[in-house]
Design a protein around this ligand. Structure first.
Ligand code: 6PG
Length: 446
């Protein structure tokens, strides 16, 4: 009999199985596509003791009770299908763990379905990608507490050490809260990716730097406070060549997404919170996909790009500023969700679980945890002082971008947001007056 079952043996499922097996945890593996299972044992000798099935009933019978089954399939119809099969064959008190990227709103519905069959449910956000999951992922968990007690021991063996010397898994609360924290993680990830990409774009378009120069700057930054996993992988990709030419010269610029950023944006809209940095990061992916409009407009507007200088101290400070605003917006959204839904997600716990194993692991996360009041960010005068000091750098970079027709998604939004939240009087006064005129909407007179 095995200790643990995994359904969905794609790239992440394979890494998870290898990670568990290397810790002596016997895993049963199943995938609807039998092709994924064929060469598993020969490709990965650490899977020698694992049990591989192309029949789901045999797979379920092979797991010792209470069964723990981790489902790693895309949300939507694939997940719905797996859940409908599992609730038929699992026994009461068995545990179904949804480890894909699932919209928190859907988790609640899935939990109800699973609970009605006397099964336990855990909604678990998994971060780390193929390598991170193999070496020790970051796991964000919500759901039935007794189910969590059953799996804790296994998760403590397969995760990484965090900045606070705990393991990189955390229980956040109800069935949707683990996936909510993962969704926020992904929103932060989108913005971090866009910021790095905007910097690369600014440098390359100046006509003064090549990919290796950008990689050199990123390398320098990666040795100081600006260090992050995403910066590290970006510098590697900048130097990558394919058939003697740089990958970046050949790669298509249409950027995909799997929906998690959109979910976060929708949650923020529902809660009336600004996540303008994320909005800009998503927009830039959408615009990149609209090739038709882009090529028509490009033919009409002749690009006339000239050389320009970049002040690297300003650029580093602009980057620092934008990263802080990104986290600031995410914290306020989490805070608002806690208040509106009566949750108790501790932002410091989220940061701790992201501090190792996750895609967004960085020096900044450690600094935020050590030096800032992340659970009450509005009480932290430090962050406002820091932003104020960094602001001239951002203005300098925005000037460069505006005078040279370079779009820097997320950078403009960071400055706009900061100027607005730190202002005692906004343009919205006149909006209220307009609403009052055409709709007799009530206005507050101070
Ligand atoms: C992680 C990532 C991962 C996510 C990819 C792709 O933490 O390991 O967040 O879960 O699926 O980053 O996201 P997009 O396709 O939306 O860019």
């Amino acid at each position: 009999m095995s200790d643990f079952g995994i359904i969905g043996i794609g790239r992440i499922g394979t890494s998870m199985a290898r990670n568990m097996s290397s810790k002596g945890i016997i895993v049963s593996l199943y995938d609807k596509s039998h092709n994924f299972l064929k060469n598993l044992k020969s490709d990965y000798p650490e899977l020698e003791a694992s049990l591989v099935f192309d029949d789901i009933c045999k797979f379920i019978s092979s797991i010792s009770k209470p069964r723990k089954v981790l489902v790693l399939v895309p949300s939507g119809s694939a997940l719905d299908e797996v859940i409908s099969i599992l609730i038929k064959y699992l026994d009461p008190k068995d545990i179904l763990i949804d480890g894909g990227n699932t919209n928190p709103n859907v988790c609640l519905k899935n939990h109800q379905t699973i609970k009605s069959k006397n099964l336990f449910y855990l909604g678990m956000g998994v971060s780390g990608g193929v390598k991170g999951v193999l070496e020790g992922p970051s796991l964000m968990i919500g759901g039935d507490t007794n189910a969590f007690d059953e799996v804790k021991n296994i998760f403590s063996q397969i995760t990484s050490n965090t900045i606070n010397d705990s393991k990189s898994f955390e229980f956040f609360g109800d069935s949707n809260q683990g996936h909510f924290v993962k969704m926020i993680h992904n929103g932060i990830e989108y913005v971090e990716m866009q910021l790095i990409s905007s910097i690369y774009y600014l440098m390359i378009n100046s006509k003064k730097y090549m990919y290796d120069d950008v990689a050199k700057i990123f390398k320098k930054w990666n040795d100081i406070d600006l260090n992050s996993y995403l910066l590290e992988i970006s510098l590697l990709k900048l130097s990558e060549k394919t058939d003697d030419s740089y990958l970046l010269d050949r790669i298509d610029d249409m950027a995909d997404d799997n929906g998690t950023g959109r979910w976060m944006l929708k949650h923020a809209i529902d809660l009336g919170c600004s996540v303008s940095m994320l909005n800009s990061a998503i927009d830039s992916r959408f615009i990149s996909n609209d090739k038709n409009t882009r090529s028509k407009a490009n033919k009409l507007i002749k690009e006339d790009k000239k050389e320009y200088d970049i002040d690297f101290e300003s650029l580093a400070n602009a980057y620092r500023f934008c990263r802080l605003i990104n986290y600031f917006q995410a914290f306020l959204l989490m805070d608002s969700a806690n208040k509106s839904y009566r949750w108790n997600i501790r932002i410091s716990n989220a940061l701790n679980v992201w501090s190792n194993g996750s895609i967004i692991k960085s020096n900044l996360i450690n600094t935020l945890l050590n030096d800032y009041l992340v659970d009450n960010i509005l009480d932290d005068t430090n962050i406002f002082n820091n932003l104020n000091e960094l602001k001239p750098g951002l203005i300098n970079i925005l000037n460069t971008s505006l005078t040279n027709d370079i779009s820097l998604p997320c950078f403009n939004e960071a400055l706009n947001y900061f100027n607005q939240i730190s202002s005692s009087s906004l343009s919205t006064k006149l909006i209220q007056a307009q609403r009052n005129y055409f709709g007799s909407h009530e206005i507050k007179i101070n």
